[in-house]
Design a protein around this ligand. Structure first.
Ligand code: PTJ
Length: 275
């Protein structure tokens, strides 16, 4: 990765800065949309509140999601700019383990971006990338924006679609078209989080590698065991726990006010009041 500036490894927010740099680099290469940078900021805010870790409720959603992909006849992984910039390799790897097709589907669709994302996926090891070839393009008429263009070999015939970082319109349309939807969204209140069958409330950069690990574990499961994981899964419960976790974390933090120990040592100290 070519950084625009050197991130000091001992910076307390080094990992977060590295992710930002990856997105900026993706933006420079036409992979990420301008709005993708803004969307990331929203995600960061929720991640901060959630303590920037993968919670048990996310693991439970991940297990059900991976089981659902294994059970599906035509699983399709939708790819947008943020996904391609942040986790291309792991996303491609996961699609291979569960036997899913990859389809580029962009809110801010341009030919340049389609080509740049396709290139990134091929470099990450993808063998086939759908959603770019106009010969196979059809329209999902319930959607008014650019995401309405879908591939007849992919989302059109999918029984389940993975849509990390998605806008609510398409999630709704996919559900209304009889498709199951799995999403990753740090905001449990987003329309996508609410409409999906399975919502993984976690950061994309942690969730996808975790999904790869869990897919390796579940790949030898019997169909009945996979079905069990999906049947027992309750998205309402998972979203409730995610919101409850936010509530409790905020409550604990609010009781302290200042939550950084070192900063506390400086409380009440003033230069301007020194004689
Ligand atoms: O590449 P395109 O043209 O398809 O556009 C992609 C974006 C993401 C710009 C587009 O789908 C969009 O505008 O999405 P929204 O409506 O802003 O929703 C993105 C959701 O993802 C928000 O709820 C964010 O909180 C969440 N989010 C952002 N970054 C992350 C995230 N969730 C998990 N991990 C992240 N890193």
């Amino acid at each position: 990765m070519t950084n625009h500036f050197e991130i000091p490894p001992n910076h307390p927010r080094a990992e977060s800065l590295r992710i930002r740099e990856k997105l900026i680099e993706g933006f420079m290469k036409n992979i990420v949309a301008k709005a993708g940078l803004i969307a990331h900021g929203r995600g960061e805010a929720f991640d901060y509140i959630l303590g920037e870790k993968t919670h048990d409720f996310a693991i439970e959603a991940i297990k059900a999601a991976v089981a659902a992909f294994f059970l599906a006849k035509h699983p399709v992984f939708s790819v947008n700019g943020n996904v391609a910039a942040l986790v291309a390799e792991e996303y491609v790897e996961l699609s291979k383990i569960v036997g899913a097709k990859l389809e580029i589907n962009l809110f801010y669709r341009t030919k340049k971006r389609e080509e740049a994302i396709k290139r990134a996926l091929l470099e990450a090891g993808a063998k086939e990338v759908l959603g770019v070839d106009e010969e196979y393009r059809t329209v999902m008429k319930e959607i008014s924006h650019m995401r309405r263009y879908i591939d007849v070999r992919g989302i059109y015939k999918a029984d389940i679609v993975f849509v990390p970082l998605e806008d609510g319109d398409r999630t709704m349309a996919l559900r209304k078209n009889g498709k199951d939807v799995v999403t990753i969204d740090l905001n449990p209140l987003s329309r996508t989080a609410q409409w999906a069958n399975i919502t993984i409330v976690d950061n994309l950069v942690r969730a996808i590698p975790q999904m790869v690990k869990i897919a390796e574990e579940l790949k030898d499961y019997e169909t009945s065991e996979l079905r069990d994981l999906v049947i027992k899964y309750d998205n309402r419960k998972i979203l409730s726990i995610a919101l409850d976790t936010i509530k409790h974390r905020l409550q604990t933090l609010a009781e302290k006010g200042i939550v950084i120990d070192k900063a506390e040592e400086y409380l009440g100290k003033w230069c301007i009041l020194k004689k």
